[in-house]
Design a protein around this ligand. Sequence first.
Ligand code: SME
Length: 157
Amino acid sequence: MIDPRRQGQYERLYTQLEGLIKEKSPNLIAGMATMVALLHAKLSHHFWTGFYFVAGPDELHVGPYQGSVACQILKGRGVCLACATSGEAVVVPDVHVFPGHIACDPRSQSEIVLPLKKEGRVVAVLDIDSDKPAMFDEDDVAPLQKILELLVPLMSE
Ligand code: SME
């Protein structure tokens, strides 16, 4: 864990989001919007926090997000598509050395992307960017994935 305080922050955010999403989110978009609002506001290393929906075999469309105005369509390459295609989280300590990285905002320096799956199929990805290098590592994957799974019950319809 890059910042030893982060584990505690993730646990508190999980508890807070569990209440907000399980009891109050009427649908997937509402749950996603609430999740990115909280993750973005509470984790100061987050420069951009948002979702992309899978829109085809090599295309993603932006969903709820917080931060600077984002690319609305990602096509053919990029970190988010690598995650959507593999179904695995992708951690990028330095975006400049990731082949095919898409820079929606050139201030982004490091990135983590996690898959949201329905019945084994990736439906969307959660993308988090930092404007500082090496702000994510493999220790961020499990607690963020646990938070992300709070949305699974909203994907039933
Ligand atoms: N960097 C991403 C594009 C989305 S922005 O970071 C918001 C990618 O390479 O897929």
